[in-house]
Ligand binder design. Structure first.
Ligand SMILES: [Mn+2]
Length: 368
């Protein structure tokens, strides 16, 4: 009955070049190392540390990252470490895996399925690394012959799809999982954590990344910790991330000054996370462009949270009734559209009202 910590997709040495300055990127990369340092400290309490691929973001791995991992793995006196490399860090002859001695307690699976027996834990760990960006290693695993009293774990970077004939990132499907014969299939590849699921007698899960990197990796991130007893997997999520990312829509309709807008945005984003987190703020609603100033908001919000991106998706808030009585081209356009809207059914009305707004934007020189 081994205990385990299951992680995947560490993506160390991510460049972060899309949104960060070089300085910010360096700091963020170091925070990812900090997160993994905490993860390995936590792993000291477990028999097995399972890492299901994409340890590194690419074939470029810094010397600091390699020596950091060697040092931290060496601290794991009573924990076995297993790594099956993924599509971002395939096991090639030039890879870090082929050229680094990570220590006696660390087993990097090769590019053919292998089994390592841990006699004192009555456990067998099976794994295989990607040899290239694309792979179909799952198809080369034989069904496990169950032995009474032995726990079987498969560690693999794989994409769970509805039909495993589709796709090239080592696709597997539910029929495959049901037939593999493992007690636990420890997966990596999908960056969003899954629940611990079960198919036939096999439990399987994606732990997600321990530290989110972009706004498609939002919320709490961490790993699974648990144990396997007589084929039953009990595991729980453990939060590890240093910072969280959130995407938040804030509706500023009806607000009348930029102080009020800032207060509302601040209150809404901090209801999701805290000052140390990172936010992608989408400002929506109807408001006059005379009032809302995105530069003021950007400037004020950067003093409140660690990182914020702000986009303006507000609509111009026109005083339709006032325009309708004007003796101008805009007035004529509004009166014409209002006549049309009167005769519309519900579905057409939405389209016509939208057309009225777009028409006014065009006539009044706003963005179309
Ligand atoms: Mn990945």
């Amino acid at each position: 009955m081994p205990t385990f910590l299951h992680t995947a997709d560490l993506h160390l040495d991510t460049t972060f070049s899309a949104h960060f300055t070089a300085e910010q990127a360096k700091i963020r990369r170091n925070e990812m190392l900090r997160c993994v340092s905490n993860l390995i400290d936590l792993a000291k309490n477990y028999d097995i540390l399972l890492i299901a691929g994409d340890v590194f973001d690419s074939s470029y791995v810094s010397e600091e990252t390699v020596s950091f991992l060697k040092r931290k793995f060496a601290e794991l006196e009573h924990t076995y470490v297993f790594i099956s490399a993924g599509n971002h860090d395939p096991y090639t002859s030039n890879s870090v895996y082929a050229n680094t001695d990570f220590g006696d307690n660390v087993h990097i699976f090769g590019t053919e399925p292998e089994c390592v027996e841990l006699a004192e834990l009555k456990t067998r760990v099976y794994g295989c690394s990607f040899s290239d960006t694309y792979s179909d290693i799952a198809k080369r695993f034989n069904k496990i012959d169950k032995t009474e009293g032995i726990t079987d774990i498969i560690l693999m970077h794989a994409d769970v799809v509805s039909n495993m004939e589709d796709g090239g990132y080592n696709s597997i499907d539910r029929r495959y999982i049901e037939g593999c014969g493992a007690d636990y299939l420890a997966l990596g590849h999908i960056h969003t954590r899954s629940e611990i699921k079960k198919c036939g007698n096999t439990y399987f899960a994606y732990p997600g990344l321990p530290e989110g990197r972009g706004f498609d990796e939002c919320g709490d991130m961490g790993c699974y910790i648990g144990e396997i007893n007589d084929g039953a997997v009990k595991a729980e999520f453990k939060k590890l991330c240093i910072r969280r990312l959130f995407k938040v829509d804030v509706d500023i309709s009806g607000l009348s000054d930029n102080i009020q807008i800032f207060d509302k945005v601040k209150q809404e984003i901090l209801s999701y996370g805290c000052e140390n987190d990172m936010y992608k703020i989408n400002v929506i609603g109807k408001i006059s462009s005379e009032i809302f100033n995105i530069d003021i908001l950007k400037n004020d919000i950067k003093d409140v949270v660690y990182y914020a991106e702000v986009t303006d998706n507000t609509q111009q808030d026109y005083d339709i009734d006032a325009i309708a009585v004007q003796n101008t081209l805009c007035g004529e356009f509004v009166r014409m559209m209002q006549d049309k809207i009167k005769d519309c059914d519900d579905e057409e009305r939405l389209v016509a009202e939208n057309a009225l707004m777009i028409g006014l934007d065009a006539l009044l020189g706003g963005e179309v």
